[in-house]
Ligand binder design. Sequence first.
Ligand SMILES: Cc1cc2nc3c(=O)[nH]c(=O)nc-3n(C[C@H](O)[C@H](O)[C@H](O)COP(=O)(O)OP(=O)(O)OC[C@H]3O[C@@H](n4cnc5c(N)ncnc54)[C@H](O)[C@@H]3O)c2cc1C
Length: 385
Amino acid sequence: MDLDLSDEHVAIRETVRDFAEREIAPVIGELDREKRFPLDIVRGLAELGLMGVPFPTEWGGAGADTLAYALVVEELARIDSSVAITVAAHTSLGTAPIQLWGTDVQKERWLPDLCSGRLLAAFGLTEPEAGSDAGATRTRAVEQPDGAWVVDGEKMFITNAGTPISGCVTITARTGEDEISNLIVANGTEGYTPGEPLRKLGWHASDTRPLHFAACRVGADALLGPRGAGYRQFLQILDGGRISVAALGLGLAQGAYEQALRYAGERRQFGRPISRFQATRFKLADMAVEIAAGRHLTYHAAWLKDRGRPYAQEAAMAKLYTGELARRVANEALQIHGGYGYIEEFPIARFYRDAKVLEIGEGTNEIQRLVIARGLGLDATGGDR
Ligand SMILES: Cc1cc2nc3c(=O)[nH]c(=O)nc-3n(C[C@H](O)[C@H](O)[C@H](O)COP(=O)(O)OP(=O)(O)OC[C@H]3O[C@@H](n4cnc5c(N)ncnc54)[C@H](O)[C@@H]3O)c2cc1C
């Protein structure tokens, strides 16, 4: 059993760490305060080839594996979660469906621009009335005599759909009474309008909006994958997406922990650094243990996926654990900063605000527990284990 990262993994981690510390850390506080999308940062990530990490090189991706991609998201979240979710939603939610189920024509149209980061992709699953119960989608796509589709409906909480470089959104829509399919809708299509940005508790520099579809006509070539396969397809996308959200929680926790460690060594009370008090040391020790556990869960889920083995259960475990971990660590790290943590003097206040959504997005904690419980074999045993 080899638990070492390969030289390539170490190199990609160092590249992202260096970029995040040099290009993101100095400006992200201001972008967050002003709720501005980090366009220059995304362009910088694109130049480094980090907007299509797990996709084949023939489409402009980096041709790397899931573990490399998880390392990228982790390192970004160590400095800022808005940037990390922008990359994660673009990669594993927005672009992956096209890479997995696109025809050659669809791939040629979209993947070079998406994998290079010239354009951003979004994933439109959630609706006002279909959140955890995502199969309850009400958006309709009606096939026309010429094979085109007319889409009507609303999506809610969609990441990356309204930025200056947003290219397309993959949506789920009802194409029959008991039938859900996926369609690609390009930004600028008549009848498709991204709404105003939502005012959020955190992730202030990321783009989250409702989407409106009113008599939105797209061609026959908008259908992504077989008609009626949309439900199975989005479940598969969510499984993969959970690894990147787990990496995000892990990176946020790591970043918050490092800030607390530094502050505890600098801040003096009662004539000594607060790191000398056992109460502080125990908090830091607990954080270090739990972060190590979260890292093992996350990398293991990525490792399984890279070997083509079943990974849904492990991805849900990693996502659940690191979501709760991020909230716990951000909370204790802020506590160690005392009153200075509560004002926007240090980045820890931003980390605290950014952590909560990790227990909600991409399947809530409760839904992760449902998924994990389903995998325990309770149904097969009549529930007696
Ligand atoms: C900032 C942000 C970005 C997002 N980005 C995207 C995106 O890019 N694309 C996208 O499609 N979606 C996105 N989402 C949506 C996100 O995935 C949903 O918010 C999430 O799945 C929960 O749905 P909901 O908000 O409707 O909550 P609900 O489903 O209404 O849940 C409310 C509460 O009920 C609980 N609950 C629901 N059903 C059950 C059950 N069966 N058993 C036990 N408890 C249950 C939930 O756990 C939760 O606590 C984003 C959300 C946010 C906040």
